[in-house]
Design a protein around this ligand. Structure first.
Ligand SMILES: Nc1ncnc2c1ncn2[C@@H]1O[C@H](COP(=O)(O)OP(=O)(O)O)[C@@H](O)[C@H]1O
Ligand SMILES: [Mg+2]
Length: 404
């Protein structure tokens, strides 16, 4: 069978489409619309999109819960197109899946749930017992072996779901909104477990989500879906640090409320008379060390008045809004002009002007200005100089209002 796989790809879509026929007087639905995509063996791959984008349908094509209307899906070297149920069975056995609603059997204990796929696969009782113990150890639920699902928390239920999905040693784990029913802390734990599944067991993990934080924290690469199409694809850091599509920008904005909205800017101008600029911070173009260096070079002081830096794919990303003043001078001092030009050479800069002479910056996409968190200038702690040139701030959260 000619498998159109790029080397290293464990799942390959080629112009894959799934069209659901019209219901009643409605139109047909192109749930997946011409997707060409390679998911590489050993990676954590994210598929992000809003509800109805086609994510679940895409992932259901992988374990052949749906079949393509046109195009092909190749999983681990097997073209699924037109395969009989009997031929699909071994492909499905190599794929584990976990769900938002856990889908546990309420009449079975934790052990019974995890053992279920082993029973279906015909494992002996002894081997099953051994395997279940191993799996429960791995997911940290050894002490819950005889408990029924109704007695478990959401996070524990999802751990059982993961143990069950891993029971028969799949090469691929599909996680469809697996953390969407969980609170943030439990989400963090479950994502940590998915990372272990990937790192320690070498399993390819496909994470389907509408939550930017999920992709941000665990995915190596990401596809952004909209209307059944992949509209953006690549290294997670690349995609989110330089989003090209509005939909991607909206996701970035949900994770990072780092840019001052018009209202915030107005308030900042009442408190700060200097030049206000927003500078991008990432580890490619504009580290905070670059920014500090430029300001020092021009004899300009920068005070952080707003901002946020978070991590995408374990690398820093965000922006800082600074008030720039040359000593005793105003924000329109020539040294400040020169510093702004210098900053433009090292990173993205949005120049907001001064309170006396405000610049209406090119309006940021509306998505960029949600729920800002403001940093007050008053009562700042003693400025601390950071050693070396590491990125500012803690991995998540907003930076303190320290002077640069
Ligand atoms: N079995 C089905 N029959 C008809 N339409 C469907 C079916 N499954 C999904 N759809 C439609 O396909 C589109 C994509 O759905 P889905 O893949 O579930 O998106 P997502 O998981 O991104 O929310 C939606 O418009 C949905 O209503
Ligand atoms: Mg879905």
């Amino acid at each position: 069978m000619p498998a159109a796989t790029t080397s290293g790809a464990i799942i390959s879509f080629r112009e894959a489409a799934k069209v659901f026929p019209a219901r009643g007087r409605g139109a047909e639905v192109r749930a997946v619309d011409g997707v060409t995509l390679d998911i590489r063996a050993g990676e954590i791959f994210g598929v992000i999109g809003y509800s109805g984008a086609g994510k679940s349908t895409l992932v259901r094509l992988v374990n052949a819960l749906e079949t393509t209307t046109s195009g092909t899906v190749v999983v681990d070297g097997t073209d699924l197109t037109g395969l009989s149920e009997a031929r699909l069975r071994p492909v499905r056995a190599g794929i584990g899946m976990i769900f938002q609603q856990f889908n546990l059997l309420s009449s079975r204990t934790v052990t019974g749930n995890v053992a279920y796929p082993l029973e279906v696969a015909g494992w002996s009782k002894t081997r099953r017992r051994e395997r279940v113990r191993e799996l429960l150890d791995f997911v940290g639920l050894a002490d819950k072996a005889d408990v029924y699902p109704s007695k478990l928390s959401g996070g524990q239920k999802q751990r059982v779901g993961i143990a069950r999905a891993l029971a028969t040693n799949p090469k691929i784990l599909l996680a469809d909104e697996a953390t969407s029913a969980l609170d943030p802390e439990t989400t963090h734990d479950v994502l940590g477990l998915l990372q272990r599944v990937n790192r320690e067991l070498g399993i390819t993990v496909v994470v389907i989500t509408h939550e930017m934080d999920v992709v941000r924290s665990v995915c190596h690469r990401v596809a952004v879906m909209e209307h059944g199409k992949v509209v953006e694809l690549g290294d997670a850091y690349q995609v989110f640090s330089d989003p090209r599509q509005d939909v991607t920008r909206r996701f970035v904005a949900t994770a990072l409320k780092d840019r001052p909205s018009a209202e915030v800017l107005a308030r900042l101008r009442t408190r700060h008379t200097g030049r206000i600029v927003t500078v991008g911070v990432d580890d490619v173009t504009g580290s905070s060390a670059h920014v500090t260096h430029v300001l020092r070079e021009h004899g300009v002081d920068g005070t952080i008045v707003f901002g946020g830096i978070t991590e995408v794919a374990e690398r820093p990303y965000g922006s800082l809004t600074l008030e720039l003043v040359a000593d005793h001078g105003a924000g329109d001092d020539p040294r400040v002009e020169a510093a702004v030009a210098g900053l433009r050479a090292v990173t993205d800069v949005v120049d907001h002007g001064t309170a006396r002479d405000p610049l209406e910056a090119v309006p940021a996409p509306a998505s960029r200005s949600t729920e800002p968190v403001e940093q007050a200038k008053s009562d700042l702690p003693t400025p601390r100089r950071r050693p070396g040139g590491g990125p500012l701030g803690s991995p998540t959260g907003l930076v303190e209002g320290n002077d640069l």
